[in-house]
Design a protein around this ligand. Structure first.
Ligand code: ADP
Length: 351
């Protein structure tokens, strides 16, 4: 891109992004030939978008004002804008350890484990944050009762924008759920989600954190790798129910983290919904989803079993009412204190 033209084009602001059209990614090409002819290509999702037409006219007017002798041709290419990333700016520099929480499939309690583990770490006096990166079903906002929170943006003197996270029980929470309606989640194209998560990761004002827990989408795939690559992940915790099918998915999860290109230590497995004990029969355990599948797998794969958490009503109610049970039900507090202790022990003591 011709530098002089780029500088000029930075004066044009896209009304929707509030940022100049170069950084917002609407300029594909801006060249000046030896004969002074100017060729500019703009990229817009739809050429007939009223903003596209307006900006095209602005560009034409600007060029004919600055270069009255030149011939200018401005064309619109129908393509998604490619915002420029400010790679060197990140708010993650004061985060000491990042723990990814993953699961082979949805519904096994990955988000519940993330929320309660965060509470347990906070109870031990650590500064904790959660990045809810589960684009398919962000639920940390509900788990902590902050669904209505509207993240505010702040701009520093250099013009960098920051996003202020929600806070609940002393935990900083940033979720993709603040920005999308649940019904929209499935319509997100991979690239869109990855761009949004990039922004959330590096623009959230995390401050100093001992632990950032990242609630990943269930499963394994390209999108997971993109998210994992955004941050230096210290270790991964895998959540599974004892069912054989769920355990089969754990294997894939473990392989993803252990892949040489990824190379993230797997801290261990949490077997969730391991059994059910009715209140009136406190000594009975009913293994509704089979017995110890994840436990057995962990042993075979040489991975630590970080804990087994039974089905407990307060856990479910806590998720629904925005108060994780790890914050008030003594049984749950104990289960998660053990898990938190193991996680802490497995990660470096110093940053
Ligand atoms: P995932 O994140 O894996 O999709 P969630 O954490 O959203 O799963 O959990 C799915 C449902 O199961 C939620 O309603 C949650 O409250 C409930 N749940 C999870 N773990 C337990 C548990 N140990 N006891 C009771 N209910 C649980």
């Amino acid at each position: 891109m011709n530098e002089e033209l780029e500088l000029l084009l930075r004066d044009i602001i896209h009304p929707e992004t509030g940022s100049n059209i170069v950084d917002s990614g609407f300029v594909d090409r801006a060249d000046m030939g030896d004969d002074g002819a100017i060729a500019i290509t703009l990229r817009f999702q739809k050429a007939r978008d009223p903003f596209a037409q307006k900006i095209k006219h602005q560009v034409e007017a600007l060029m004919s004002e600055r270069f009255p002798q030149s011939q200018t041709m401005v064309i619109i290419r129908e393509a998604a804008p490619k915002p420029r990333r400010k790679e060197n700016i990140t708010t993650t520099t004061d985060i000491c350890r990042v723990v990814a929480i993953a699961s082979g499939k949805g519904g096994v309690g990955k988000s519940t484990v993330t929320a309660n583990l965060a509470v347990a770490l906070r109870q031990r006096g650590y500064n904790v944050g959660i990045l809810d990166a589960d684009i398919y079903g962000p639920s940390q906002t509900k788990m902590f009762g902050v669904e209505g929170y509207i993240p505010e943006a702040e701009r520093d003197e250099e013009g960098n924008d920051f996003i202020i996270p929600a806070q609940a029980l002393g935990i900083k929470i940033m979720s993709i759920g603040f920005f999308i309606r649940p019904t929209d989640a499935l319509m997100w194209r991979g690239g869109m989600a990855v761009n949004a998560l990039h922004q959330l990761t590096h623009q959230t004002r995390w401050g100093k954190l001992d632990y950032l827990l990242v609630d990943l989408p269930p499963g394994t795939g390209d999108i997971h790798l993109s998210i994992i690559n955004e941050l230096k992940i210290s270790g991964a915790v895998i959540v599974s129910t004892p069912q054989q099918v769920a355990v089969a998915d754990v294997v894939r999860g473990v392989e993803m983290f252990r892949h040489e290109a990824v190379n993230i230590p797997v801290l261990g497995v949490v077997e969730n919904m391991a059994w059910f004990t009715p209140e009136e029969l406190p000594n009975n355990r009913y293994y509704l989803f089979g017995k110890g599948g994840a436990k057995q797998y962990a042993e075979e794969a040489g991975i630590e079993l970080l804990g087994q958490v039974p089905i407990i009503q307060s856990i479910m109610e806590g998720s629904d009412t925005g108060r994780p049970a790890g914050g008030f039900d003594p049984r749950v507090v104990e289960y998660y204190a053990d898990i938190a202790e193991k996680v802490v022990d497995k990660l470096p003591a110093e940053c």
